[in-house]
Design a protein around this ligand. Structure first.
Ligand SMILES: Nc1ncnc2c1ncn2[C@@H]1O[C@H](COP(=O)(O)OP(=O)(O)OP(=O)(O)O)[C@@H](O)[C@H]1O
Ligand SMILES: [Mg+2]
Length: 261
């Protein structure tokens, strides 16, 4: 379970970032008073345009960033006060995570398992399950540097799932993957859901969200503009699919992006 209560995240802007964002302001409000609950046995989707605040929200949930205001509970633990307890129960995946190129997938899997204090038997059992599921057996003994981009991504997903986490936070799960690999990843997220895990993802791909998510929240300019099951969102917006709903909400709310600091 993830409970986000009134999350606000304000970044202090460095001189470099000010230049990049073309602003004179010293701060940027990336997320504004956002509340959301992601339940076990469900896949919750964070949708929104570039710069909406999806990654920032996920980083706060994963204890990488502290909220400026509000609080977040993961499996009942506060992400600031009980950060280590939260880290023990989550897996935070992004396509930015890179593995050390010098080692094999098999070696790194065992290494990460030991880092998580798992015993050797558990590590081997997890390895078998995940390597089978993600079709990794053919290249498990290859060094990361020998793998294609998609294979590297698959390897970093598998390695990070070693501890069978209760909560999986996945920023853009299929970004950069071919359709076969993307399907393997999405099917695995469905498997996690069936096992009663809490899964939260971000995506730009509306048909993907439509097929996968039990609940979605759309964020625009750091604010949640709608939340609900897919039928609820379509009903509220009087649209036929999520892409139309997204555009409608975007047109209605894009001014709020500019109002933000
Ligand atoms: N470290 C940072 N310092 C300052 N501003 C930041 C920082 N990280 C993100 N931002 C700003 O906060 C806002 C939200 O960014 P975030 O990365 O959370 O968006 P996103 O929804 O994940 O976008 P995308 O779809 O492009 O991944 C953006 O305006 C971004 O420029
Ligand atoms: Mg992002």
């Amino acid at each position: 379970m993830i409970e986000i209560n009134g999350l606000t995240k304000i970044y202090k802007l460095s001189a470099k970032k000010k230049k990049e964002l073309k602003t004179n302001k010293d701060v940027k409000t990336a997320v504004s008073d956002l509340s959301l609950t992601a339940k076990p046995g469900e896949i919750t989707g964070l949708l929104g345009p570039n710069g909406a605040g999806k990654t920032t929200t996920m980083r706060c949930v994963a204890t990488l960033l502290s909220p400026t205001k509000g609080d977040i509970k993961v499996c009942g633990y506060d992400t600031v006060k009980d950060a280590q307890k939260v880290r023990d129960s989550i897996c935070f995946l992004t396509n930015e995570i890179k593995l050390d190129e010098h080692f094999t997938v098999d070696y790194l899997f065992t290494f990460f398992g030991r880092l998580k204090n798992l015993d050797e038997k558990t590590i081997e059992a997890r390895k078998k399950e995940l390597f089978d599921t993600f079709n990794m057996n053919d290249f498990k003994d290859k060094k990361i540097e020998e793998l294609s981009t998609g294979m590297k991504q698959k390897a970093s997903i598998v390695v990070n799932l070693v501890n069978d986490p209760e909560v999986v936070i996945f920023d853009e799960p299929t970004s950069g993957l071919d359709i076969v690999t993307a399907r393997v990843v999405l099917d695995y997220l469905k498997k996690l859901r069936a096992e009663g895990k809490t899964v939260i993802i971000s995506t730009h791909i509306m048909p993907e969200a439509e097929k996968l998510c039990d609940k979605v929240a759309m964020i625009i300019g750091g604010r949640k503009v709608i939340e609900g099951t897919i039928p609820e969102v379509l009903e509220k917006t009087q649209t036929g699919d999520l892409e139309d709903a997204f555009f409608k909400l975007f047109m209605e709310n894009k001014e709020s992006e500019k109002e933000e600091e």
